[in-house]
Design a protein around this ligand. Sequence first.
Ligand code: IPE
Ligand code: IPE
Ligand code: MG
Length: 253
Amino acid sequence: MKGESSRERFDVLLPCHIAIIMDGNGRWARVRNLPRAVGHRAGMKTLQEIVRHASNLGLQWLTLYAFSSENWLRPVDEVEYLLSLLKSFIRCDLVDLHKNNVKIHIIGERDDLAEDIVSLFYEAETLTLSNTGLNLVVAFNYGGRNEIVRAVRKIAEHITSGRIKDDDIDDPLVASYLDTALMPDPDLIIRTSGEMRLSNFLLWQAAYSELSFVPCLWPDFSTVDFDMAIAGFCQRERRFGALEEEQMRGMIL
Ligand code: IPE
Ligand code: IPE
Ligand code: MG
């Protein structure tokens, strides 16, 4: 089985957290002379396949950028279609995800979202709360700047109310006010479609993430591409601002 053999290959080196900017649905449709909606529907199939694969591999965290805080700027019809796809994904796949021990988390601003979406998010998170398999994080109405602004506002409120002091502010405290509090930072961020930018995704959390920009459009992204991105990650040398261990040992000042 594909999942099994991949698991064996990556047993030791599987990153803890992979995040994906699923980009290129519109272009996938355009080259086929199809409406953008068809590209989004094809993209949803890829999403389902990648989630299943990540879960089979034994990955601990998978974050998917589903809808950015800027995607509201798109035509109303497209926005409505994307919302309806997300709703049907939760409605149709929730039971299966739950059976597969997947724990769902949603990040992004919920304040101005329609009630039906917010209650679906609540249902998905509550039902899967005690699951111990793949942590699936869906970034919806998510923007890194918006997340940081909301965190700063909360910190200011808590200083005013005396719950924290300004001296308490440090890296871990700020991280604990973000939507991703208690989640590990992504080790690897994959973006499909050849674009080489973050588009407001996980700005704080990506400080030391490895980035993998793959040329294929999201609907064409396969489990093999996913495995190849992991294999590429395994070749990277992560230093976090320090030096390699070997260099540290042999260092002559
Ligand atoms: C990604 O595909 C889906 C979302 C942003 C919601 P796009 O819709 O951005 O596709 P392109 O970039 O126009 O090809
Ligand atoms: C980023 O893709 C958002 C998601 C994948 C949900 P976009 O297509 O919106 O990003 P830009 O506009 O090309 O930067
Ligand atoms: Mg795009």
